[in-house]
Design a protein around this ligand. Structure first.
Ligand code: PLP
Length: 360
């Protein structure tokens, strides 16, 4: 942050989201770090080349690093960050991962396993006993909580403890919760992963990822992998993501309030057989009594809610997850994932409830 006062009490996350990663507060300095379009820098300094460093990345990384409580690296996408992490483990090492999680993460793991690069063990991470038992012999334990799209919540403390006893790294995909609702590094996780595409950027206009770690040695390894693989974001995308991050707390607060209210009302709708809502965050998944066909129809009947994949934008959107061939068979055929935005909750309810009425 600009001019940190070491004696001041720690700032609250919403203040950090607004202020962290600003240029120095000096006469004629801009409020915001500009977009630096540069492939190279005049020699003799630390930046050197555009694949190694960019001042716009640094501003974003400072802000997200402060929010998560570690050192951050920006990546080209969430999945670029996933691939750098999976690259950490040795040949044929054991990766323990959730049986239901973001399909791209599970897809990368399945691909690595098929090629003999790693071994994988899939468990239900919200089944703490099973998760803890699976950690034995692991090199990497992957947790996503709440999970995509079933919104199951893992109990981090005992799993982190068991993983560390086995000498494994613990990665937590914190995309759904955001650092405002959960800070896994403070609970002992080694790395936090974000698809910044979602809540952090928040306006459905950027694809970007990030990793955050407290461990300097791990940070150096991950930075080296990013340098070598070139999995870097564009400066414009990074600037947009930081612009989005400035209002993260307001967006999360509003979409969470909307989501909690909609989850409560959806419980009472006859077309809905199950509401999955972990009690926090802006994501709600529902399963429909009338099955897959009804779930395919629902997003086509809404006028306000957009039928689209992805999540975490200011606009509410929804989709039936199993319309994707790659989605895990552990996800119900009738599951519709709702990304609740920041609109007026009454407008959202009127739209989704009348679409649901049409299905009964
Ligand atoms: C979207 C998503 C990813 C992948 O991120 P991209 O930015 O799309 O590459 C990873 N994890 C979760 C939980 C996601 O929702």
């Amino acid at each position: 942050m600009a001019d940190p006062d070491q004696t001041a009490p720690a700032l609250k996350p919403s203040t950090v989201a607004v202020h962290a990663g600003r240029p120095p507060r000096e006469v004629d300095q801009p409020f915001n770090e500009p977009v630096t379009f540069a492939s190279t820098y005049v020699a003799g300094g630390d930046l050197e080349y555009g694949r190694y460093a960019n001042p716009t990345w640094t501003a974003f990384e400072t802000a997200l690093g402060e929010l998560e409580g570690g050192r951050c690296l920006a990546f080209a996408s969430g999945l670029a960050a996933v691939s750098v992490l999976l690259d950490l483990v040795g040949h044929e090492a054991l990766v323990v991962a959730p049986s239901t999680a973001y399909q791209g993460t599970l897809g990368q793991l399945a691909d690595l396993e098929m090629r003999g690069r790693v071994r994988t063990k899939l468990v239900e991470m919200h089944d703490t006993e099973a998760a803890v038992a699976a950690c034995d012999d692991a090199a990497l334990v992957w947790i996503e909580t709440p999970s995509n799209p079933n919104l199951d919540v893992a109990d981090l403390d005992p799993i982190v403890e068991a993983a560390h006893e086995a000498g494994a790294y613990v990665v937590v995909d914190n995309t759904f919760a955001t650092p405002l609702l959960q800070t896994p590094l403070a609970q002992g996780a080694d790395v936090v992963l974000h698809s910044a595409t979602k809540y952090l950027a928040g306006h459905s206009d950027v694809v970007m990822g990030a990793l955050v770690t407290r461990d300097d040695e791990l940070f150096t390894i991950l930075k080296q992998r990013r340098d070598l693989l070139g999995a870097i974001p564009g400066p414009m995308e990074t600037w947009l993501a930081l612009r989005g991050l400035r209002t993260l707390h307001l967006r999360v607060e509003r979409s969470q309030a909307n989501a909690a209210e909609l989850a409560r009302r959806l419980e009472g709708h006859p077309a809905v057989s199950l509401v999955r809502y972990p009690g926090f965050g802006g994501m709600v998944s529902i399963e429909l009594a009338a099955g897959a066909l009804a779930a395919d129809l629902l997003p086509r009947k809404t006028r306000l809610w957009v039928h689209a994949t992805s999540l975490g934008g200011v606009e509410s959107s929804m989709e039936r997850r199993r319309r994707w061939k790659a989605e895990s068979p552990t996800v119900d055929e009738s599951l519709v994932r709702l990304s609740v935005g920041i609109e007026d909750v009454e407008d959202l309810w009127a739209d989704v409830s009348s679409a649901l009425d049409d299905l009964t």
